[in-house]
Design a protein around this ligand. Structure first.
Ligand SMILES: Nc1ncnc2c1ncn2[C@@H]1O[C@H](COP(=O)(O)OP(=O)(O)OP(=O)(O)O)[C@@H](O)[C@H]1O
Length: 761
């Protein structure tokens, strides 16, 4: 807490009263604000608090974009929002400003717990949102946190209990909710889904549903994307009822316009699959002064093209980015690409959505995207915020017609380009020679070939992606391979399932490849695991010991894997999940069981009896008469019935247990927070020489945290909100305020250390 000049109790009370009046005034202005009659253009024309306005203006956000002008007032009025606007049109601020405002008006403090949750489908996008939040929220008193995976969960969760605004990816957020150590969601005011259609699609369905189940239904929900799903079932999943559509969804006529920016010049070329790499290399060589992103369909494609092209030295820096890289490498590449002016990034769709790279000249889609929406997001990495940009998509003759039709249905009609014969140059001999010399590269080429072929097979749109027409032999030659590697497309069901689960942890994908019995299938053969084999052994004493060892080691692995969601997402007990044997779970229990077993084997079974109302004794598990038994159905039916009832019971008990445990934890936390709050209030009331209350400024002093801070900025900008209230000149001069350059965090580590410092405040 920053120490300020001494204030008496009376002065503090007066400031508090002033602030309450100010908040009321903002609320009244918000209710009176009518977007239809208002011609507000600047942020300061909206009923937004001074500290948020100050954060905006210092980040050079003065004039609103269309989506901001439409969405912010609606959100301030408390409506749920379904917002769609073109890529690069400023959707991020359209949800961050309402979050800060809402919490300010609710007088949110660190003791009130989590107030807003922002979910983003990728780590990179979550980091970017978090960065913008820390910039514009620098003069507010909230704490912000970023949880994106790739880091120790414990490390993160220890820091979460005081977080007011949390930004993260679905999997990691759910992991924290499941652990329920620091994160309390019972007070949550606002939920935001950025790239909502992606967050809502199959890949994230279970995770998102599980997150939403943890949130109070009274919250406000905002959904944003350039390509919005407004399917009623999706909206119902989020309990979005009385929502407003803003942006391009608001006006049906706007739907007729393309979802791509008008400043984007779009083109396509029809190119046989086996000529793609030649054309791609020629394209790079003829655009050495440009900033280019090239999208390929898989990480293996990216890896292969990156490794071979850089050996062929096209004359421009090459970077590569895909989801299989370590997070530090991904973040480093993002930073390098953002900063460079002449550079070529080879990437998968991990950066297709939301990422705000400055000044990208060209987006090249070397492999056809899975649908028109993905096309829109990919090309949206260029021509952002009114700037100019160009895009090129390479379509094979098999894909061309159908994909152009898909684009046309979205009112996108790229211009046809042809390649000059003189510019065409085959790189096949070079690739062949590289692969011949380096077996590692040959291996990469084989992998790239296989992953491309598989990627075509698993595409949903069979009119565009014609697997049967793939010229495999020519394609393999074009990669420098002597012939097409043999691929057996086996277990395709599992691949399709895995595709749906594209963004789930790999541990989950491996589960997707198991059959209904939980066994891993390879071709037609069923692979029996060590445990299966052991379960077949008759010697149960040996079995229980081995089982214990195995389950112990598995338990450790599980801790490291992202398995929380599996456990949470599916509590239904399948027949096949039931263990055939009951195995003691601890070493002590095991020993006890073993000794019991030994003594039972020598003593014979004891019989436990129960007595009915007539005083007649019966064994506890009395056998039914055969006739009676058959009357109830076949043994198989009865078994199923029994299992069904037991699983229902277990699932109910499980839910209740979880709820009770959670409530207990939350109650404990609430009490602790209340006690702290009371203590703090008492302190504030008693200590006459104590400084101003609620003197947290921003999420810490962001500018200090981030290093370079413009020294011209006078300390008064770091006053508490009470301090600011006393002076009106601030807001009047917002437009004149010098813009302060804040140094960007360089790496994920920077962001994380920033987060931890923010939290310490
Ligand atoms: N009001 C504003 N004034 C100046 N610049 C702005 C404003 N709003 C947004 N920008 C800038 O415009 C760029 C695009 O904004 P943003 O990333 O929010 O777009 P988006 O609509 O979310 O795009 P996408 O659909 O690709 O996710 C960013 O560089 C951002 O800083």
């Amino acid at each position: 807490m920053a120490r300020k000049g001494k204030l008496t109790t009376t002065q503090r009370k007066q400031l508090r009263r002033q602030e309450n009046e100010y908040i009321e005034e903002l609320a009244t202005k918000t209710q009176e604000y009518d977007p239809k009659t208002s011609n507000a253009k600047m942020f300061k024309d909206l009923p937004i608090s001074k500290n948020v306005l100050k954060g905006l203006s210092q980040s050079a956000f003065i004039k609103m974009t269309d989506i901001q002008r439409d969405a912010i007032p609606m959100a301030l009025k408390g409506h749920d929002i379904l917002g769609a606007a073109k890529t690069g049109s400023g959707k991020t601020l359209a949800f961050l400003v309402p979050i800060l405002e809402k919490l300010y008006r609710e007088k949110w403090t660190e003791f009130d717990g989590l107030g807003a949750l922002v979910i983003s489908p990728t780590r990179e996008l979550a980091m970017q949102i978090y960065e913008v939040l820390t910039k514009i929220g620098t003069h507010t008193s909230f704490s912000a946190g970023l949880v994106i995976g790739g880091k120790d969960v414990k490390f993160e969760s220890e820091r979460l209990s005081k977080i007011n605004i949390l930004v993260g990816t679905p999997g990691r957020i759910l992991q924290h909710l499941d652990q329920a150590i620091g994160l309390t969601t019972s007070n949550l005011q606002m939920l935001v889904l950025d790239e909502a259609d992606r967050c809502l699609d199959m890949g994230f369905k279970k995770t998102l549903d599980a997150i939403v189940n943890n949130l109070p239904p009274t919250r406000q929900t905002l959904l944003f994307s350039a390509t919005q799903s407004n399917s009623l079932s999706d909206l119902a999943r989020l309990s979005l009822t009385d929502y407003k559509m803003v942006g391009t969804l608001e006006n049906p006529n706007d739907n007729l316009k393309a979802a791509t920016p008008s400043t984007l010049q779009q083109s396509y070329i029809e190119v046989p699959l086996c000529d793609k790499l030649d054309i791609l290399f020629s394209f790079i060589k003829s655009h050495l002064k440009a900033k280019i992103i090239i999208f390929l369909s898989s990480s293996k494609q990216v890896h292969f093209v990156y490794e071979t092209f850089r050996k062929m030295q096209p004359g421009i820096s090459l970077l590569h980015l895909h989801g299989r890289q370590k997070q530090t490498a991904r973040t480093e590449t993002l930073v390098k690409f953002s900063r460079a002016q002449q550079v070529c990034l080879l990437a998968t769709d991990v950066v297709a959505r939301g990422i705000d790279f400055p000044a990208v000249d060209w987006v090249v889609q070397a492999d056809c995207p899975e649908d028109a929406d993905t096309y829109i997001h990919r090309v949206g990495r260029s021509a952002r915020y009114g700037k100019k940009g160009k895009s090129l998509i390479m379509l094979t003759p098999q894909e061309c017609q159908a994909f152009l039709a898909r684009l046309k249905s979205k009112h996108i009609e790229p211009e046809k380009l042809t390649i000059k014969q003189s510019k065409k140059k085959s790189i096949k001999p070079q690739l062949q020679s590289l692969l011949f010399k380096d077996p590692e590269l040959k291996y990469l080429a084989q992998k790239a070939f296989i992953s491309y072929v598989k990627s075509i097979y698993i595409q949903k749109d069979k009119e565009v992606f014609k697997f049967e027409e793939l010229p495999t032999e020519e394609f393999a030659n074009s990669l420098g391979l002597p012939g097409a590697p043999k691929i057996k497309i086996k277990g395709m069901k599992a691949i399709e399932r895995a595709k749906k689960l594209k963004n789930t942890p790999r541990s989950l994908l491996s589960l997707a490849n198991t059959n209904e019995d939980g066994e891993v299938e390879k071709g037609n053969k069923t692979v029996r695991t060590k445990i299966d084999k052991m379960f077949e052994r008759k010697n149960q004493t040996v079995l229980s010991e081995h089982y214990l060892n195995i389950t112990k080691s598995n338990a450790n692995e599980e801790e490291e894997d992202d398995f929380m969601q599996v456990k949470r997402a599916n509590h239904i007990l399948n027949e096949d999940d039931l263990p055939t044997l009951s195995i003691p779970s601890s070493t002590r229990a095991q020993k006890r069981a073993l000794s019991k077993k030994a003594s039972i084997s020598t003593k014979g079974n004891a019989t436990k009896l129960v007595f009915d109302d007539e005083g007649v004794s019966h064994p506890v598990y009395e056998l039914e008469g055969e006739e009676d038994f058959h009357k109830k159905g076949t043994a198989e039916e009865q078994k199923k019935d029994f299992i069904h009832k037991e699983s229902e019971l277990m699932s109910k008990v499980d839910t209740v247990d979880k709820q009770v445990a959670k409530e207990k934890k939350q109650e404990k936390k609430r009490k602790r927070m209340e006690a702290m709050k009371r203590e703090k209030e008492a302190e504030m009331a008693d200590e006459s020489d104590f400084e101003e209350p609620v003197a947290y400024l921003g999420t810490g002093n962001l500018s200090d945290d981030m290093g370079d801070y413009d020294s011209d900025e006078e300390p008064s900008t770091k006053k508490s909100r009470y301090g600011d209230l006393s002076s009106d000149s601030e807001s009047a001069s917002i437009e004149d305020t010098n813009i302060i350059e804040v140094e960007e965090p360089q790496t994920l580590e920077d962001l994380e250390s920033l987060t931890s410092r923010l939290i310490q405040n």
